[in-house]
Design a protein around this ligand. Structure first.
Ligand SMILES: Cc1cc2nc3c(=O)[nH]c(=O)nc-3n(C[C@H](O)[C@H](O)[C@H](O)COP(=O)(O)O)c2cc1C
Length: 186
């Protein structure tokens, strides 16, 4: 069975990120043909990126925390990244989590869910560009939430109902591409 990780994109204590990620997971779990797992980058306690050799050249990671992170991403066939927008980009925590690894990401598919005061779409586009080098294929459909209309008091996630269908469409694309790409991995 295809296994898709729903990856958080913020690590700060007061983040709204986990609410969005859990909501996406609740929709994903309505499917029975695929296994979904919430993968919280905060749980991995990755320090600021500090490897001497880039992951594209070696998997001999010197940072102890990189090993469980590597194992988790290796187990997954595809991803849904749930990202906020910080100064028009993804968070440094998510960027570091991506940078720590390379082969673990290769030839897998991803959907991107974003949020922010301007829907987080610039961060989502930033993430698409970042994912080109680790060879993650990003699907077209991109759910995007407004801090002003999809959250109460910018803190409690209350998404407009139409978003559920967009998330389902995005998941269909991620599952199709994850299934296809599995056939070209060793
Ligand atoms: C450092 C920082 C920069 C931000 N920059 C943007 C931005 O460029 N665009 C935007 O739409 N929202 C921006 N925001 C607002 C965030 O989208 C909002 O705070 C959101 O709740 C952050 O996600 P999180 O709570 O899960 O960490 C910024 C927030 C922070 C903390």
């Amino acid at each position: 069975m295809i296994k898709i990780g729903i990856i958080t994109g913020s690590t700060r204590d007061s983040r709204v990120n986990i609410q969005v990620a859990e909501w996406v997971k609740s929709i994903a779990d309505k499917r029975t043909d695929v296994e979904f797992e919430l993968v919280d980058i905060k749980d991995y306690n990755l320090p600021r990126y500090n490897e001497s050799v880039p992951a594209i050249m070696t998997q001999d990671y010197q940072t102890p925390e990189a090993h469980p992170w590597s194992k988790k991403i290796s187990e997954l066939d595809g991803f849904v990244f749930v990202t906020p927008e910080y100064n028009k980009a993804v968070t440094s925590g998510l960027k570091d989590a991506i940078d720590y690894l390379y082969v673990e990401w290769n030839n897998k598919a991803a959907g991107i869910v974003s949020y922010g005061s301007t829907l987080g779409v610039t961060a989502a586009n930033n993430l698409r560009l970042i994912l080109t080098v680790p060879a993650v294929a990003t699907v077209r459909t991109q759910p995007a939430f407004s801090l002003f209309t999809d959250f109460e008091n910018m803190s409690t996630f209350k998404p407009a109902p139409f978003h559920e269908e967009t998330v389902q469409n995005m998941l269909n694309e991620v599952v199709a591409w994850s299934t296809a790409l599995k056939t070209i991995r060793n």
